[in-house]
Design a protein around this ligand. Structure first.
Ligand code: SF4
Length: 248
């Protein structure tokens, strides 16, 4: 049975409670609402350190899911290790594409040249959906409203893909807020941030941007694509349809 997103008392109640809460209050509420069933999804990109630091201060054992697409920058893989160790995160999990998807759909690892949506689907969307479906009821993202027009009305809590609850603790935060937090806690930057990469994904689809330009304009630049697809609405997997809890 499909979930009716227009009538969603769980999301409405959580949003009413958390709309004006601090990111740390939102993280604590999420952990209380979904004990053992909550994950934080991180790209270990240019702005990831803030949310990871906040989460580690509250619960360093929170599962952190990293989409290891096979096309990440080497600097991102290094940063993932350095930052995880520095913050004391104890459960960082790498999500990888299914072998059969790579063999059938991208045997030469060059699908990104002809079909970026298809490439993101097998390297990002499907691995994340599998992990969420098998282990979690809710997840945390690092998205902010200021990042892109597609995120301008981002709520603090929403019903996400596969009907999982999604918390966006930094939705209300500005770039200045992030910069101040990084400075206050002396968080290490992503190695590519100093080279004009304010938003960092896979190397074939990320370019540096000019000073002052939209931070995400270097992602899939020259194409219409602006999101990888993990936040794009899609139907719940049949296994999820009968197990939508309220989690409050
Ligand atoms: Fe493939 Fe580019 Fe998507 Fe990475 S961002 S999964 S390389 S299309």
């Amino acid at each position: 049975m499909a979930f009716d997103r227009a009538l969603d008392p769980t999301v409405d109640a959580l949003n009413a409670r958390l709309r004006h809460a601090t990111p740390q209050e939102i993280l604590r509420a999420a952990l209380r609402a979904y004990p053992g069933k909550l994950a934080l999804v991180s790209s270990f990109g240019a702005e990831s350190a803030v949310l990871l630091h906040m989460a580690a201060e509250i619960d360093p054992s929170i599962p952190v899911l990293f989409l290891d697409t096979g096309h990440q920058f080497g600097q991102t893989l290094d940063y993932r290790k350095v930052l995880s160790a520095r913050l004391g995160l104890t459960d960082v999990r790498d999500l990888r594409p299914a072998f059969q998807d790579l063999a059938l759909k991208d045997p030469k690892a060059d699908l990104y040249k002809t079909d970026t949506d298809g490439c993101c689907d097998i390297r990002k969307v499907q691995p994340l959906d599998r992990a969420l479906r098998e282990h979690f009821d809710a997840w945390i993202t690092g998205r902010k409203r200021f990042q892109a027009s597609t995120r301008a009305s981002l709520p603090v809590v929403e019903r996400g893909e596969g009907d999982k609850i999604k918390f966006n603790p930094l939705a209300n935060w500005s770039k200045a807020d992030l910069d101040a937090y990084v400075a206050e806690h002396d968080l290490p930057p992503h190695p590519l941030a100093a080279f004009g990469y304010p938003s960092i994904g896979c190397w074939p689809c990320t370019k540096p941007v000019e000073e002052g330009a939209d931070a995400r304009s270097g992602r899939w630049s020259g194409s219409e694509k602006i999101e990888c697809g993990i936040h794009t609405p899609r139907a719940a997997h049949p296994a999820d349809a009968e197990s939508i809890g309220d989690g409050i």
